[in-house]
Design a protein around this ligand. Structure first.
Ligand code: ADP
Ligand code: ADP
Ligand code: ZN
Ligand code: ZN
Length: 861
């Protein structure tokens, strides 16, 4: 935007991205604009797909004009014009995987400040020179513990694991950790060529032979004769026979470690991991840093201990220490205290006898800077996190709020923040704090475009844009764009009833449970010996502020403990960790507890979580629910397909045969942009259809297989009339409010909430057997109130069929219609983890024991 062109408003003309119906609208700048509407109505298509995408495109064009052609390929939003749009920063809920190498400290960039603090203002033991900030990082050669290279654990490959049965010979596969098939034969052939006997029992080989075979770091390469004994090989060499091929030897231990570190195949990695043992690093004791770095302390804590503290505790320690340092600076006595409070337990302590005035000043400056950075994180209700928490253990909402907090301390102004449901995962009490933060951003001269479902935030908005009235084809119109109060006049709006009226769930008498189960002495994260009762054949809502321990109880402890008792493992669709992450995943987290009570009615525990339904674009709604199998069979049964000999596999994009060979059925190919992130673009051969043209010649009811994958669930429901097995899955998807999804929509494009509802639909399509414990974590997050109501109605029907449902829930409208409420808390982290209240909704509200009571009372009135 040229700066001369001052425009108070953002104007959009002719927006047609996805389902948007040639939308025109105007929104104010420097204001909180909230986009509302049912799921699939087009909110994201407008806020992210159009406004943010266009701002991004202009930015890219201005920095890299040569990239224009590629940007065009990557897709330009379908809109006639946008004027007055400031540069945009988007914070979207994370979809897909995250790296275990990043942590709260690294994504907020607070860690670099902490390293600076330790470097410049830490307490060093006598005679130790000052270290550079990098020397406190586990990701640098200078900082990482030399023994474990910054992993905190050491891997060993013990002989007993590599050679489980020493009575076998090498030819009989004594070395179990060797690769199978040709590579194993090659290793054996090379050993023979090197003069080792592979036909005596392992235990009878000389010790030095065994050690060399297992532990050598050499990799000799030499000509060999295939499949001979040592004696035969010697004869062959003497007779001058031609060697069969050249082979390379790799020590057994080296093979396991190299494969584990380098293989791209998750299956290989898992196989070799069987031969590894893991132990905390003996040098750094799991702290990942060099001893020199760990000897530097602040307030008696080394940097690893410092990073493991909950942020609110860290802030307290820092502000106490800053006050103390100021006092000693003012008093001019730069002794006797170190910068920082000594913990009471360590009064003998290693007090820095004479912190210099410069060091005290550096501590005050850096310490205050750090407190400023931590405050917004804590204000957003995340003070219970520690800097060392890895990102895979955070919820999408937590991650987004961390990013938001990071933005808050950057000094940007004049930008528009485009946010995706920042209230997700927040208790109403925390939503109040969030609104304060959004106001602060606005006061600094920024604009906020927020896609939201929280009625409180809608009421707080300066401007509402309501999109609808329905989802997909039935949405895409702007029903209202103006100050919040004006929405009251818009009859068509589904949102209106929730903002102004008391529309929604009908209260009901709590059910009489068929019995109770008792969870005893649960330990997990911040839960310490929590015991509570859960009703069977009823709907239980577990609530409490963020970080109080709801997920620890409901998603982690409950399914594991009940699953153990039933002797079944829980069915979750957690994708197994892959690649690097396998190395870093820590499943040593303690879990303890028991369950008693009459569980004879249970056969299964099903956890319906927000993890992706697949990690690649190859899985989609149609494949996950199984309906695509039926569809492919229909195609294979057509006379044309029979004549050509096409089997159902021909219509799959996951195996070769009928799919497009260029993109191997992905429909898109990657384009590398110089200096910019790579983008996916439509496959030039199949134009995104994923199939070969010959496959597409087969029609069923006049449509080809790619056209079917392009249909929304609702269109498919009309199209497949009479096909019972297919209709059953489609009906279940519509019932959970996913009628707008395309059948072929890749798993990677689904939000956590959508993935969760796909799983729920797959459960609903099974006949109600009434023998299941369903466990759900925030099932209504990401849903419009109207969609949430529909979802809750389905959960109620599962309970009516005799099942038990336990869910984490923060929306008090929904908590109010549960049969039983459990509140954990009262606070987050160590200030939580206890049972605060339990009982029917009205009882919990009346008791007033925890922070939820007041909001629940409002919802019940
Ligand atoms: P909301 O944000 O209101 O939930 P969306 O903007 O995500 O709605 O979706 C609006 C419509 O656009 C839906 O019918 C959805 O299926 C469709 N849609 C969303 N993403 C894509 C995409 N990448 N390609 C095609 N259609 C899409
Ligand atoms: P809620 O679901 O109520 O928001 P959680 O159960 O996620 O709360 O978290 C409760 C406490 O346990 C918090 O202090 C949180 O930081 C901690 N916690 C949760 N998951 C992990 C984990 N994987 N590792 C370590 N601490 C965790
Ligand atoms: Zn170490
Ligand atoms: Zn293709």
């Amino acid at each position: 935007m040229p700066s001369t062109e001052i425009q108070p408003d953002v104007r959009v003309r002719g927006a047609r991205e996805h389902n948007l119906r040639n939308v025109d609208l105007t929104m104010p700048r420097d204001a909180l604009v909230v986009f509302t509407g049912v799921s699939g109505s087009g909110k994201s298509s407008l806020a992210f797909g159009t406004l943010y995408a266009e701002s991004q495109r202009r930015y890219l064009e201005s920095v890299a004009p040569y990239a224009r052609r590629l940007i065009d390929q990557a897709g330009v939003p379908d809109v006639d014009s946008i004027t007055g749009m400031p540069p945009a920063v988007a914070l979207q809920q994370q979809r897909g995987g995250r790296s275990a190498r990043s942590s709260v400290g690294s994504i907020t960039t607070v860690s670099s400040l902490v390293r600076m603090l330790f470097s410049r203002a830490g307490h060093y033991p006598d005679d130790q020179p000052m270290l550079l900030a990098e020397e406190f990082s586990t990701n640098t050669v200078e900082g990482a513990c030399p023994e474990c290279h910054g992993i905190g654990r050491v891997y060993e490959v013990p002989e007993e694991k590599m050679v489980p049965d020493p009575t076998l010979t090498i030819r009989e596969r004594a070395i179990a950790s060797w690769p199978k098939a040709w590579h194993g034969h090659q290793l054996r052939d090379v050993l023979v060529a090197l003069g080792y006997d592979v036909d005596v029992a392992w235990q009878d080989l000389p010790r030095e032979h065994r050690d060399w075979i297992l532990y050598t770091e050499e990799t000799p390469h030499l000509p060999v004769h295939s499949r001979l004994t040592l004696a035969e090989a010697r004869e062959a060499i003497a007779a001058g026979a031609e060697p069969t091929y050249s082979g390379t030897f790799v020590g057994a231990r080296k093979y396991v470690l190299d494969t584990f570190a380098n293989t791209k195949s998750a299956a290989m990695k898992r196989r070799v991991s069987e031969f590894l043992t893991v132990a905390p690093c003996p040098i750094c004791r799991g702290k990942k840093l060099r001893p020199e770095a760990l000897s530097v302390t602040i307030a008696g804590l080394d940097i690893a201990e410092f990073s493991a503290l909950p942020l609110h505790e860290l802030m307290q320690i820092l502000s106490d220490a800053v006050v103390e340092s100021r006092t000693s600076m003012d008093a001019g006595d730069h002794a006797p205290s170190s910068p920082g409070r000594q913990s009471a337990a360590e009064d003998h302590s290693s007090v820095d006898d004479h912190p210099s005035a410069e060091k005290l000043a550096a501590f005050v400056r850096l310490g205050e800077g750090l407190i400023d950075r931590l405050k917004p994180i804590s204000d957003l209700g995340l003070g219970y996190l520690s800097l060392d928490r890895t990102t895979p253990t955070l919820s999408g909402g937590e991650l987004q709020r961390l990013r938001l907090a990071t933005q808050l301390t950057s000094d940007l102004f004049g930008v528009v923040y485009v946010l995706d449901e920042p209230s997700a995962g927040l208790h109403p009490q925390d939503v109040d704090a969030l609104m304060g933060i959004l106001d602060g951003l606005k006061a600094r001269g920024n604009s906020l475009f927020v896609v939201e479902h929280s009625v409180d935030i809608m009421r707080h908005a300066d401007w509402l844009v309501d999109i609808g009235p329905g989802a997909g084809e039935r949405g895409g119109h702007v029903l209202y764009s103006g100050p919040a109060a004006g929405l009251a006049e818009v009859d068509e709006s589904v949102t209106r009833g929730y903002v102004f009226g008391n529309r929604g769930l009908e209260p009901h008498e709590p059910r009489q449970p068929h019995g109770w189960m008792r969870l005893e002495n649960i330990r997990r994260n911040n839960l310490h010996d929590v015991s509570l009762d859960l009703p069977l054949g009823a709907l239980t809502a577990v609530t409490g502020v963020s970080g109080s321990g709801k997920s620890s109880l409901v998603s982690q402890a409950l399914p594991a403990i009940v699953g153990d008792r039933l002797g079944t493992s829980t069915s979750t669709d957690d994708p197994a960790p892959e690649g690097d992450d396998l190395l870093l995943v820590d499943d040593t987290e303690e879990l303890r507890g028991t369950v008693t009570g009459d569980l004879t009615g249970f056969r299964r525990v099903v956890s319906i979580d927000q993890n992706p339904i697949g990690r690649t674009p190859r899985s989609n709604v149609a494949t996950y629910t199984g309906l695509f199998d039926h569809v492919r069979r229909r195609f294979a049964e057509t006379p044309e397909a029979k004549e050509r000999g096409y089997k159902p596999g021909r219509f799959s994009f996951n195996v070769s045969g009928g799919r497009c060979p260029t993109c191997e059925g992905e429909g898109s190919v990657m384009v590398e942009l110089l200096f910019l992130p790579s983008v996916y673009t439509e496959c030039p051969d199949c134009h995104g259809t994923r199939f070969q043209s010959s496959t597409l010649e087969i029609l069923w009811r006049g449509r080809n297989i790619a056209e079917i994958l392009g249909m929304s669930v609702e269109e498919a429901h009309d199209f497949f009339t009479g096909e019972f097995d297919i209709i059953r899955s489609l009906t279940a998807l519509i019932d959970v409010g996913l009628g707008y999804l395309r059948l072929g929509q890749p798993a990677t494009e689904l939000s956590g909430g959508e993935a969760q509802r796909v799983k729920l639909a797959s459960e609903l399509q099974r006949s109600g057997r009434g023998d299941t414990l369903y466990v759900l974590d925030e099932p209504t997050s990401g849903l419009h109130c109207a969609d949430a109501d529909r979802l809750v109605a389905h959960l109620q029907s599962l309970v009516d069929a005799g099942n038990t449902v336990v869910m984490v829930e923060l929306d008090m409208r929904v908590v109010a219609v549960a049969d039983h409420v459990i509140e954990l808390g009262p606070g987050a982290g160590d200030a939580g983890g206890r049972l605060v209240a339990a009982g029917a909704p009205a009882d919990v509200a009346a008791a007033g024991a925890g922070p939820s009571a007041k909001y629940l009372t409002a919802a019940l009135s």
